[in-house]
Design a protein around this ligand. Structure first.
Ligand code: AMP
Length: 282
């Protein structure tokens, strides 16, 4: 694996790779890598000739300064995981490299309905920050394929819209969520939890499974209430949301209709750490 910290050196290497008609797969991350990230790297390795992973803890997508400060940073382990999974290139830019101080206007992304619901509602400005970083990274790497995780369901929809609006042609691949044996969705944020909280945190996925298994037999409000109780009884501090939405539009549904593809999504705090998860239904 070759590590690049500057855009110029990375682009020089990628131009050479593209002349050799190699296809480039790109996996953007914020580091503190785990097996979920590794699954995206493996997917990219299987589908493209050169796999580029970026690690950048993007300050612009954190609406809470202390969340940004506490975000785990484990670069030595990250490099080991990337090498073990045969990543070709690691791009590790500084904030100055990503966001040089110049006169160019800060882009505003038209995310429509997606901007202010669920994650967007609870984390104002979050998706503008995500788009800014992903747009910038895509214009630097110019990959043929982009690999994202379903774990961040709304983010996938937002990035898809941004790419369409800006005519970015990379093929988007969305990989399933990797989970611990307990069902807990793997997340860099899990590293901040005590062993006990990590066990209890599996309640989010249990609540989503409960919704999935009962969707045909109970009204949506009742399902959401029970799911919320499952999470709170496991020792969570607070539930931000539990929602059942149309899987394509992310509009909440009031009643499950046979044949409609749905997704159930949740966000909740345990030991002050905010976790998110989602599951497709039917
Ligand atoms: P992050 O480092 O949290 O920004 O995540 C980088 C990429 O990894 C995003 O596309 C995430 O959706 C994806 N990802 C995070 N957790 C998982 C997981 N448990 N399984 C699969 N992909 C994941």
């Amino acid at each position: 694996m070759i590590l690049f910290k500057t855009i110029a050196s990375l682009r020089a290497r990628l131009q050479q790779a593209k002349q050799e008609t190699s296809s480039v797969g790109f996996v953007p991350t914020m580091g503190a890598l785990h097996e979920g990230h590794a699954s995206l790297i493996r997917e990219s390795r299987a589908k493209s000739d050169v796999t580029v992973c970026s690690i950048f803890v993007n300050p612009r997508q954190f609406n809470d300064a202390s969340d940004f400060e506490k975000y785990p940073r484990t670069i030595e382990n990250d490099i080991l995981l990337l090498e073990k999974n045969h990543t070709n290139i690691l791009f590790l830019p500084s904030a100055d490299e990503m966001y040089p101080v110049d006169d160019s206007p800060v882009p505003q992304y038209d995310l429509g309905y997606l901007e202010n619901i669920l994650e967007g509602f609870y984390r104002p400005g979050h998706f503008q920050g995500v788009c800014r970083a992903v747009h910038r990274l895509l214009s630097i790497v110019e990959p043929d394929m982009l690999f994202l995780g379903q774990k961040d369901y709304q983010q996938c929809m937002v990035v898809r819209k941004m790419m369409k609006d800006f005519g970015l042609s990379a093929q988007l691949h969305i990989s399933p969520t990797l989970r611990e044996a307990s069902g807990l969705a793997m997340s860099s944020r899990n590293m901040r939890l005590s062993t006990r909280a990590k066990e209890n945190a599996a309640a989010i996925s249990k609540a989503l499974v409960y919704i999935k298994e009962h969707i045909q037999h109970a009204p949506v409000t009742e399902l959401k209430n029970t799911a919320s109780q499952i999470i709170m009884h496991a020792g969570f501090d607070k539930v931000d949301y539990i929602e059942i939405c149309d899987a394509t539009t992310l509009k909440p549904v009031e009643q499950a209709m046979g044949g409609q593809k749905l997704v159930t999504l949740a966000a909740a705090f345990i030991e002050g750490v905010r976790l998110i998860d989602n599951m497709l239904i039917n």
